[in-house]
Design a protein around this ligand. Structure first.
Ligand code: GTR
Length: 436
């Protein structure tokens, strides 16, 4: 490219140049159409026929008949594919990590809850990142199960509790919260508490553990900060093609939190939860770390619970284009090319088996493709059957607000893309029966 070259160079009028001029003008006029994102498909009749890869037939065509064959053979090859071609590999081990319980009190929520705040530090190549885990535990339950999930805007946004400091890390700008420079302020305390039914959890004997995702890896396409850069060799500025994007980094952050939680004597089972992009991270965390006793995907959509080959709402091309840093570089080649994917997201869900799994959709969240999320849970269920666990038996979606709860559970709630009390009520009821 010549620097400072004008966008449009019209040539003097010879016949040939007139042709060239016309072609140049046509390209300029058509370029918005050529390069624009295609409209998302919301028409069932336009969903392509999509043969789904069978979780119980290996890549080389051999049938899987029992859980031993699944675990020793098929699970491993599916896992490896997701690890190298979708979310990306964690490049290496940490050199060191540590936990510091820097605040603790037993008077949270009017004396109902114990609060703990733990700093988690991860070190590699003499570089360290630190992120904070905020924990509320029901005092009436000496060893409580907890939901572990990331929040979008800081631990201080999930509660009005003044003892939780405002995060100093990157946060996404949000006009309605008055965030314009990626910095959270006191004005954002409690702004997301409607998404976290903390008192409901406490009253039912459950705790909450939450982390601001921006403290682990800021959600932007530059790879200069957060978890990734700890692992760089001299001169490296981004992960290799088959190495981790942000979703895998967030999942890794959840696993390191699990290292702390499993040693906290006030905590029993940990159920990993996530909404939307953080639901994608929760699913990958559940697949990579078997210590999570249950996994909840709330409206996780494309690259989460929804089937990629269905092409309804968000697609692989769209997500890689809008969020180039979320997945491994190697996932890009499947944009507009889903047919060539040898896996689909039902197989990600199957990696959680036999542990309890909840997939939830919202009726107005068509971008996330509720039907694709449901079918994915349905098609994962045959792996649960190998363990004698009941999944989703019928390919017919349940009615809105009629949860289907087995070891694999699903609901489609009325309303939009969000996390509501209704969602939490279902998760708590289900966890009491299926996560033990
Ligand atoms: C959307 C994205 C979705 C979902 C959502 C979110 O813009 O297209 O895949 O992750 O963001 O995380 O809120």
């Amino acid at each position: 490219m010549t620097p400072n070259r004008p966008l449009l160079t019209l040539r003097p009028t010879t016949k040939l140049n007139t042709m060239k001029n016309l072609i140049t003008i046509a390209i300029l006029l058509l370029s918005p159409m050529i390069f624009a994102q295609p409209e998302a498909n919301y028409d069932e009749s336009k969903v392509p026929k999509f043969p789904l890869p069978d979780p119980l037939t290996t890549f080389s065509g051999n049938p899987i008949a029992n859980k031993t064959q699944w675990e020793e053979n098929r699970r491993f090859e599916i896992f490896q594919f997701f690890e190298r071609q979708v979310y990306g590999k964690v490049p290496d081990r940490l050199d060191e990590y540590s936990f510091k319980l820097w605040e603790e009190s037993d008077d949270a929520y009017g004396g109902k809850a114990r609060r703990k705040q733990v700093a988690i530090s991860l070190t590699k190549n003499k570089r360290t990142i630190t992120y904070n885990l905020l924990i509320y535990l029901p005092k009436g339950n000496p060893k409580a199960p907890v939901f572990l999930g990331y929040n979008f805007y800081g631990n201080h946004t999930v509660t009005d509790d003044p003892k939780v400091p405002i995060t100093k890390a990157w946060v996404s700008n949000n006009e309605s919260f008055g965030i314009t420079d990626h910095k959270a302020t006191e004005a954002t305390r409690g702004v997301r508490k409607h998404r976290w039914a903390i008192e409901k959890m406490l009253d039912n004997g459950y705790g909450l553990a939450t982390i601001h995702y921006g403290e682990v890896d800021p959600d932007k396409n530059d790879f200069s900060d957060g978890l990734h850069q700890l692992f760089y060799k001299d001169g490296q500025v981004k992960p290799k093609t088959n190495e981790w994007g942000s979703i895998a980094a967030w999942a890794f952050g959840l696993s390191k939190a699990m290292d702390y939680l499993e040693n906290d004597t006030n905590i029993s089972d940990v159920i990993v939860f996530g909404h939307s992009r953080l639901g994608k991270a929760a699913l990958w965390a559940g697949a990579t770390d078997k210590r999570f006793a249950g996994v909840i995907s709330n409206n996780s959509g494309c690259g989460g619970a929804a089937l990629s080959k269905r092409k309804f709402g968000e697609t692989v091309a769209r997500i890689n284009n809008s969020f180039p840093h979320w997945f491994a570089g190697s996932f890009k080649k499947y944009g507009n090319n889903e047919r060539t994917l040898p896996v689909d997201q039902h197989q990600l869900l199957a990696l959680v088996a036999p542990r309890p799994l909840y997939v939830a959709s919202a009726a107005e969240d068509r971008w996330a493709d509720p039907k694709g999320e449901f079918l994915s849970a349905y098609h994962a269920s045959k792996v649960y059957a190998l363990y004698g666990k009941q999944g989703i038996d019928s390919p017919e979606m349940p009615a809105i607000d009629q949860p289907l709860q087995n070891t694999v559970a699903y609901h489609i709630r009325s309303g939009k893309h969000d996390v509501t009390d209704y969602d939490w009520e279902q998760y708590i009821t289900w966890a009491k029966t299926f996560v033990k």
